[in-house]
Design a protein around this ligand. Structure first.
Ligand code: S3P
Length: 173
């Protein structure tokens, strides 16, 4: 079976940028799970959190993750940083995708996300929130067999490193 490539990683590790570049190079579609959720719910992520709470967001995140992983279309799926919180999601991704974790140092993450107003979990003190969440999520991204640090790297360097880890037979139709 041809699998999707699933990019996981904390906020600000570069999933969206790297995911778009991979999709372009491999000529396969890209799907961003957060964008998919926004489209399906007709609300942006901060509004979903504000109106319905994080627990609701996690529930629909799992439902839509399942939907896009199991529809038989191989693609690059970029996920939200918290998708690893549920064991069910981790199992779904490992069983139905080729999982790649992007990583970055806390300073890099803070630098990349500090001006962003679209991430409800970082409101009220980005630095402190990043450190707290990183601690809470320690180890949760480790299940991915491919781990790529993105600090200070150009997109082409990241792709080159990724290609060296990938078994293209699994990926391409
Ligand atoms: C979240 C990360 C966000 C988004 C939501 C929750 C998280 O996605 O899913 O705000 O819990 O880490 P990005 O990782 O793309 O910022």
């Amino acid at each position: 079976m041809v699998k999707s490539l699933v990019l996981i990683g904390f906020m600000g590790t570069g999933k969206t940028t790297v995911g778009q570049a991979i999709a372009q190079k491999l000529h396969i579609p890209q799907l961003d799970l957060d964008h998919y959720i926004v489209e399906k719910e007709h609300k942006d992520i901060p509004t979903i959190f504000a109106d319905k709470g994080e627990e609701y967001f996690r529930r629909i995140e799992t439902a839509y993750l399942k939907e896009v992983l199991l529809d038989g279309v191989p693609r690059v799926i970029t996920t939200g940083g918290g998708v690893v919180l549920r064991q069910e999601n981790r199992e779904l991704m490992i069983e139905n995708g080729i999982c790649v974790a992007l990583t970055a140092k806390p300073e890099t993450i803070i630098h990349r996300v500090k001006k962003d107003k679209n991430r409800p979990l970082l409101q009220g003190g980005v630095e402190e929130r990043v450190h707290t969440l990183l601690k809470q999520r320690e180890g949760l991204y480790d299940f991915a067999p491919i781990q790529l640090a993105t600090d200070g790297k150009k997109i082409n360097e990241i792709l080159k490193e990724l290609w060296s880890h990938l078994d293209f037979q699994q990926l391409l139709p």
